[in-house]
Design a binder for this molecule. Structure first.
Ligand SMILES: [Fe+2]
Length: 522
């Protein structure tokens, strides 16, 4: 199945995203109903190693009728060129009610990963899944499709900036225990390409040794780095318990890409384009994401309650299209993405239009027009939203390593922080999982919250009436503890529908019982 970018984008509009050919080519879907009696794929060799599924299982990009499911085989000493892999999807964690099975092939050409769309599912439904291969069975994963139609409630988690070297992913582990999260949105810097700084143990940032020790430059480097991350207990458990919607930022490739190169790409690092291609391939193998070639920007719809559009600010530097697109002062979004976003905004019918981006979008200082994307690049988004009658704009951001909440000011001269006059939306930044943050000293009246000294994740609770953002986390230094530190609610901010103006919440939205978590890993 060859899928052009345009066809992919059109498919996205209909909510039925297309997949790269290698994701689906090996699928031979079967269906069974109401039975746990399925046979493992035919295999007459020696069993795979006990840790055949050592990198766990994962799911992502839920639509109302499908999700992406992922795993990877570790073949150990086995001399096999290819392995058959079966995935079973059930309504219950005991697999008494299997709804679909499908068979796939794994091989070294895709680093032994399986990354497949399972379709024909029910909207707003939790499913459990497991893989079988080489006479071994994986741990049980849990995922959830997107709701459809009239939706009264949605709860998304938002995370970013998870540097393995900088400390344990305790925040991921806390989040993985929440059964009431529909999906986790990762806004980039899922991995960092940096080199290990060696045995000198820098004062900050060298808590865990990286694999590979050097900077990621070629395909095998990036594959090793993803593999290391996927053995991290907190991240492994997060992937196992809920679907992820991932957007890359710069560190999935290289720090601060710029025209034809990057801050962290030196002449001795080899060919730049080959490096970017290697990083892209490893990402496509290891992440449960619906990519179309180099296109990651996409929309995910949650019935009439929310449309999530995530945009890729790195695209114009990594793969410039039109002349001058990679110039430093060019618009944040390349031309094709710009047109795509306008269409996504204008066709929105959901109560909340949620824009996800890797970097700060709104004004970040006392000058309510400056900073972030820059006023000249924000304005077209505001205009599109206004023209489309978008009544509620929520921007989710990562990158800055601080939990932040602020109003998006359209008309600085009119803006009143007490009433919200002059705003057009709100912005919420997740903070980081481990990357170090700092303190803001020079903030404007639109800023309601800025916390860079804790490691945090954000929970966004959406109803037709209101959106509330709650940050949970712990003191920065505690990420270095082997024992998991307890977390606390750090702050919450809420905007009513139609207000586009944040006010502080007195308490977090309570956790509620959700569908049963996947059972403990055996
Ligand atoms: Fe980061």
């Amino acid at each position: 199945m060859a899928v052009s970018r345009r066809a992919f984008i059109g498919g996205a509009a209909a909510g039925a995203l297309a997949l790269p050919a290698w994701l689906v080519a090996c699928s031979d879907e079967e269906r069974s109903s109401g039975s746990s009696e399925t046979s493992a794929p035919a295999y007459d060799g020696s069993p795979g190693p006990a840790d055949t599924f050592r990198h766990g299982v994962a799911s992502g990009d839920p639509t109302p009728e499908s999700v992406i499911l992922w795993t990877r085989l570790t073949t150990g000493d086995l001399d096999v060129a290819e392995a058959d892999v079966r995935v079973e999807v059930a309504e219950d964690p005991s697999f008494e009610r299997i709804v679909t099975t499908s068979d796939h092939a794994a091989s070294a050409s895709h680093d032994w990963t399986v990354n497949t769309e399972v379709a024909g599912l029910q909207p707003g439904t939790t499913y459990y899944y497991r893989f079988q291969a080489l006479d071994r069975t994986s741990t049980v994963g849990r995922t959830r499709t997107a709701p459809d139609g009239g939706v009264e409630h949605l709860r998304l988690a938002v995370v970013s900036c998870s540097n393995y070297a900088y400390g344990n992913f305790h925040a991921y582990r806390h989040l993985a225990r929440r059964a009431d999260i529909d999906a986790v949105v990762h806004l980039g810097d899922y991995i960092y390409e940096y080199a290990d700084s060696g045995d000198e143990q820098e004062s900050y940032g060298q808590f865990r040794t990286l694999e590979p020790r050097g900077e990621c430059l070629v395909l095998d480097d990036y594959r090793q780095r993803y593999a290391q991350y996927r053995t991290e207990p907190g991240l492994k458990e997060l992937h196992r318990q809920m679907p992820m919607i991932h957007l890359w930022d710069d560190h999935e490739f290289v720090n601060d890409p710029a025209a034809g190169g990057a801050e962290n790409h030196q002449p001795t690092d080899g060919d730049y384009d080959e490096r970017i291609a290697a990083a892209l391939q490893a990402n496509s193998e290891w992440m449960p994401t619906r990519l179309d070639g180099d296109v990651i920007y996409r929309t995910l719809d949650f019935g009439d309650l929310a449309r999530l559009a995530i945009v890729d600010r790195q695209h114009r530097f990594l793969w410039p299209g039109e002349p001058g697109e990679d110039a430093p002062d060019a618009p944040v979004l390349d031309g094709e993405q710009r047109r795509w976003l306008d269409e996504r905004v204008s066709s929105n019918e959901a109560r909340w239009f949620v824009l996800g981006t890797g970097s700060t979008f709104g004004a970040i200082g006392p000058d309510q027009a400056a900073g972030g994307w820059g006023a000249e690049h924000r304005e077209p988004v505001f205009t599109a939203a206004e023209d489309a009658g978008v009544e509620n704009l929520v921007v989710l951001t990562g990158d800055i390593h601080k939990a932040q909440a602020f109003d998006l000011v359209r008309t600085p001269g009119v803006y009143d922080p007490a009433t919200g006059d002059g705003t057009i939306g709100v912005e919420l930044s997740s903070g980081s999982i481990t990357s170090p943050g700092g303190v803001d000293l020079d903030i404007g009246p639109q800023f309601l919250y800025s916390q860079g000294l804790a490691r945090t994740y954000l929970v966004l609770d959406l109803t037709p009436e209101a959106a509330q953002a709650d940050w949970f986390g712990f003191e920065d230094s505690l990420k270095l503890e082997d024992a998991e530190p307890s977390e606390e609610w750090l702050a919450g901010f809420v905007t009513s529908a139609g207000a586009n103006h944040l006010t502080q919440a007195d308490e977090p939205k309570p956790t509620v019982p959700g569908p049963e978590l996947a059972p403990e890993m055996s």
